[in-house]
Ligand binder design. Structure first.
Ligand code: TYD
Ligand code: MG
Length: 403
């Protein structure tokens, strides 16, 4: 077929009624796609997809919500808190893959929700629900349904720590898109991020909050993430991270402490521990900071998981501040990658990070000089300083540290 003859109308997307979920999907659900929504148990996956189902149903589309985890009574009692009920939302309590596929083929719903893949099983296989072979079989069969009959399908998959049960990892290559739901159970923020999306431009990122009436959009995520920052405490610094195309300011905290045991402890919460260990070694070697004999705890506040090397400089600043017990200027923000020689390396999308820092009223940003060599952005309220190496960072922080 000539490429010019390909019909792109099939890509008309269906809104889930939740702007943040639409955003991470690349602008809504693509008809006939299979999306995996995964996250820790209790994080809010069922709530998210029930809300989306109710919105689609209230907009006139038929949704088949299959739950093997909760009874229809439980789902209804939860749903009444989330919004108005619609006859278009159909509940099915079923664990048999064949029965679910039969119903979906008969009803041809605008969306099919499976809660969860770990509880559904094919009668043709002997292995128990949740086993690798079952999870794969269910995914392959649902993909055939999505592609063959155009049934848009959303599948919940729990992230399981127990290696004997197949986690969503095994499914990633079988589905069109994977949306991760993250956060800490006892905090209100929930983050959505796509790690894979055949129909979306970039890895996208959304922020929600869990309320009494379900998940709600957050108008200004950076403000919320910084709301509880301690004032005048050492080891705390604001870092501008990029999630997909969206900048977000978060607080990074470090605590360098006298070791409590013969072997010093290293805890990295929200950051890769290998990267963290590497950066501590670079700080020790290049700045002579004796952290190898100390306990070091690092935390990204709000349950955000930072995967960018642009956070390196923030970690270095927080560790320096804690080790010297000198609070940093609360208006300071830092970003940049650190190399093994202690050099500060350029990172992508510096401009967007600076814009977010300026928007939130921060006063000073330390960033890689190499980023400034490419472009010299100017902000009236935000002072910008380029760094070439860790010595530059230490020098810049000294006068910013308040004694
Ligand atoms: P749930 O969607 O059941 O999580 P998952 O399907 O990922 O296991 O969400 C569970 C938590 O969400 C539960 O602790 C209660 C909370 N919650 C609210 O705070 N507000 C609400 O409106 C709802 C429905 C749930
Ligand atoms: Mg659930």
């Amino acid at each position: 077929m000539p490429i010019t003859a390909v019909d792109t109308r099939a890509l008309h997307r269906v809104s889930c009624g939740l702007a943040e979920l639409d955003r991470v999907l690349g602008g809504g659900l693509v008809p006939g796609s299979l999306v995996l929504v995964s996250g820790d148990p209790g994080i809010g996956k069922s709530t998210l997809l029930l809300q989306a189902s109710m919105q689609i149903a209230n907009a006139g589309g038929v949704v088949l919500y299959v739950s093997a985890e909760e009874s229809p009574e439980q789902i209804r009692s939860r749903a009444v808190r989330l919004g108005p009920l619609s006859d278009h939302l159909l509940l099915l309590a079923e664990t048999s893959l064949q029965a679910i596929v039969d119903q979906a083929e008969r009803l041809r719903p605008q969306a099919l929700v499976i809660d969860s893949i770990q509880t559904i099983a094919s009668e043709e296989l002997e292995s128990p629900p949740g086993s690798l072979s079952q999870v794969r079989e269910v995914a392959v069969r649902l993909m055939a349904l999505a592609k063959g009959k155009g049934v848009t399908t959303l599948v919940i998959g729990h992230i399981t720590k127990d290696g004997s049960i197949a986690g969503p990892k095994a499914l990633e290559h079988l589905v069109d898109a994977v949306v991760f739901m993250e956060g800490e159970e006892h905090q209100i923020h929930r983050l959505l991020r796509t790690r894979k999306n055949r129909f979306g431009p970039t890895p996208e990122f959304g922020v929600l909050e869990m309320t009494e009436a379900g998940l709600r959009e957050l108008a200004n995520p950076s403000e919320v993430f910084l709301a509880q920052r301690p004032s005048g405490a050492s080891g705390s610094v604001v870092i501008p991270i990029l999630e997909g195309s969206r900048p977000l300011l978060v607080e990074l905290q470090a605590l360098v402490a006298v070791p409590g045991a013969p072997i010093p402890r290293r805890v990295f919460n929200g950051l890769d521990s290998g990267r963290g260990a590497l950066l501590l070694a670079v700080l020790e070697k290049r700045l002579g900071l004796h952290v190898s004999a100390c306990d070091v705890y690092v935390n990204v506040v709000g349950g955000v998981k930072v995967e960018e090397t642009a956070a390196d400089l923030g970690l270095a600043a927080a560790v320096l501040s804690s080790a010297k017990n000198l609070p940093l200027d609360p208006g300071l923000t830092v970003f940049g990658e650190i190399g093994l020689a202690g050099e500060v390396r350029a990172v992508p999308m510096a401009e967007q990070r600076l814009q977010e820092a300026a928007r939130l009223g921060l006063s000073h940003c330390l960033l890689p000089q190499h980023n400034l060599d490419r472009a010299q952005p100017a902000f009236s309220s935000l002072k910008i300083t380029g760094l070439r190496n860790l010595e530059d960072l230490a020098r810049e922080l000294e006068p910013r540290c308040k004694t």
